[in-house]
Design a binder for this molecule. Structure first.
Ligand code: FE2
Length: 426
């Protein structure tokens, strides 16, 4: 007896009419017309079943704090950092946990079941670390939450960050963070990258740095990050987040840089919603977009995932943790409107994010965890177009969220009609 069968599913790889059999929290079989009985059946009726959405770059310690203690009047990155500094002395473990847990409920409802969150370690009390370590345990049945020790005010620039980062890792934070472009000098930035990579190598941890989140084309810390990754043999374990300066770099230099990033097996995580709103702020017109070179990195074989970064916090007032909104913005900003490119944008909020986080047993294959989302859409491109209802969100074979199909009914004179936004696929 199976636990669950999903019938007549479309899969992200384009296959149709597939049944998915689930037993003991895992995927037992995927094939057309599976025989056998299950405790529960769901008829997907030709809708898309996808592995869960993954947000590989987020800040859960600041989320849902919008307006505390005031709003970001300029909307800039630097005022956001200053505002976060004003809020930090007033934080409590309880308040951070409450906001984070509320956000996790939003995530589950949107089918986002894996999140990598940076956590600021520059407050000597490490309240946010304590709070999010508790949240990581509490949400474990539903969400894979990975934490990054993030020196928001600079690893070398902030007087106690070196010690605090070590303390945070000792407390159980998963990943080593950094912010080299925020150090006082280029050489301090490079020194921070080197020191942080050595810590990760010693402890056997992954690395995820905010790297070159700037419009300055000479902010080139990703070069050092890639070189240190190779020197220390950390290939596949290191992520460069944002990488916005690459947007403004000289093309000749980038033609040398991207192969270095690819050889180092670096993951790249741009954050389209945030990059398009925070970068280019010193420009008049034309204004730079500020998102890194997504298509070119992907073409070179670099794993690129999109992150949400912020939701209702000092840096960004909007968002509901819908990773399809992120992917949609990413494909627009990067001009990825070819069919294969749009599918790549879908991968950037699913499988590619799982690769960044190093998630085990992620995917729709026999032997993988029975974690998936059934969408009110036929395929990844329709999902990007409609950002549809997440009809069922399933974790380890158990339904953990349901949203009824969205239907609009029109009354036009005597005629009544319902609107169907789906269209035949070419
Ligand atoms: Fe960030």
């Amino acid at each position: 007896m199976l636990d669950l069968i999903v019938r007549n599913a479309n899969l992200p790889d384009g296959s149709k009419g597939q049944d998915i059999a689930i037993k003991d929290g895992g995927i037992a079989e995927i094939a057309p017309a599976i025989k056998g009985e299950a405790a529960r059946e769901i008829d997907a009726t030709g809708r898309l079943v996808t592995p869960p959405f993954v947000d590989s770059h987020f800040h859960m310690d600041s989320t849902l704090s919008l307006g505390q203690p005031r709003l970001n009047e300029s909307g800039t990155l630097l005022e956001g950092i200053a505002l976060w500094g004003e809020l930090k002395p007033h934080l409590t473990v309880e308040a951070i946990k409450q906001r984070a847990l509320e956000l996790c409920q939003w995530s589950i409802a949107r089918g986002t079941l894996a999140i990598r969150s940076h956590v600021d370690i520059c407050d000597d009390r490490l309240l946010a670390v304590s709070a999010l370590l508790e949240v990581r345990e509490e949400v474990k049945p539903w969400i894979d939450l990975q934490l990054v020790a993030f020196p928001q005010d600079g690893y070398l620039r902030s007087p106690t960050a070196v010690d605090n980062l070590k303390r945070a890792l000792d407390m159980g934070v998963d990943v080593v963070g950094g912010i080299p472009h925020f150090e006082r000098t280029m050489s301090d930035g490079a020194a921070s990258v080197k020191a942080l990579c050595e810590i990760a190598a010693e402890r056997g941890l992954r690395i995820d740095m905010h790297c070159d989140e700037s419009d300055d084309p000479l902010s080139r810390h990703v070069e050092t990050l890639a070189a240190e990754t190779r020197r220390l043999g950390l290939e596949g374990r290191v992520t460069g987040s944002h990488l916005t300066s690459m947007h403004s770099m000289d093309n000749y230099y980038v033609s040398k840089l991207i192969p270095l990033i690819a050889e180092a097996g670096l993951h790249a995580v741009p954050n389209p919603l945030i990059n398009i709103t925070l970068q280019g702020r010193h420009d008049t017109y034309p204004k730079r977009r500020g998102m890194t070179r997504v298509k070119e990195l992907m073409a070179a074989g670099v794993n690129v995932a999109f992150g949400h970064d912020c939701i209702m916090d000092p840096w960004y007032s909007l968002g509901s943790h819908d990773m399809l909104e992120v992917a949609s913005m990413g494909l627009h900003v990067a001009q990825m409107t070819g069919v294969a490119e749009m599918c790549s944008a879908f991968d950037a909020v699913t499988a590619n994010g799982a690769s960044v986080m190093g998630l085990d047993n992620y995917g729709l294959e026999p032997g993988c965890n029975a974690d998936f989302v059934i969408l009110q859409a036929a395929d990844p491109i329709e999902a990007l177009r409609l950002k549809p209802a997440r009809l069922f969100v399933v974790r380890r074979g158990r339904i953990i969220a349901e949203t009824p199909p969205v239907e609009s009914r029109l009354t036009l004179g005597e005629e009544r009609a319902s609107v169907d936004f789906s269209r035949p696929i070419l």
